[in-house]
Write a protein that binds this ligand. Sequence first.
Ligand SMILES: [Zn+2]
Ligand SMILES: [Zn+2]
Length: 176
Amino acid sequence: MIHVVPMGLIDVIIPEYIANLTSEKFGIMVEVAENFPIDAFRRNEARGQYLSSDMLRSLSVRKESDEDILLGVVDVDLYVDSLNFVFGEADPINRVAVISVTRLRQGFYGLQNDRRLLLERAGKEAVHEIGHVLGLSHCVDPTCVMYFSNRLADTDWKRDDFCKRCLTSLRSRGQI
Ligand SMILES: [Zn+2]
Ligand SMILES: [Zn+2]
């Protein structure tokens, strides 16, 4: 079962959209879990960001079953030490992932917010990170959901679906 975990202050429509989409894509039960407060996480004040691996660690501690997948959804900016920012990060060993919607919002770039677009982007990032949890690597097909999004334009260009090759790979491992 996939548990979509809203973390901290977040518009509840986003985890709900993700739960519906991922349930459809992976054909498994998905629930929106209770909110997981993020007050205890340390914000890197110099960067104005949170370390995404901190969130992954807490999610893995919170897991009740090894079979479960936990996907955290936050509305704070995330980073890893080697990158300026990340849209999300996955830990396939512990079957947890986290995505941030902060940079998926048009308003982040000084543009007019567009809720539909925000949801579409969040959905693609969620399916992408769960794809990693299920063992997929990045895909060379720019329209495949497993394509690495370096920029938001990459996210907008790809679909929320797996290409044939990725789908075959998931099926061969009995993951879908
Ligand atoms: Zn990725
Ligand atoms: Zn692919």
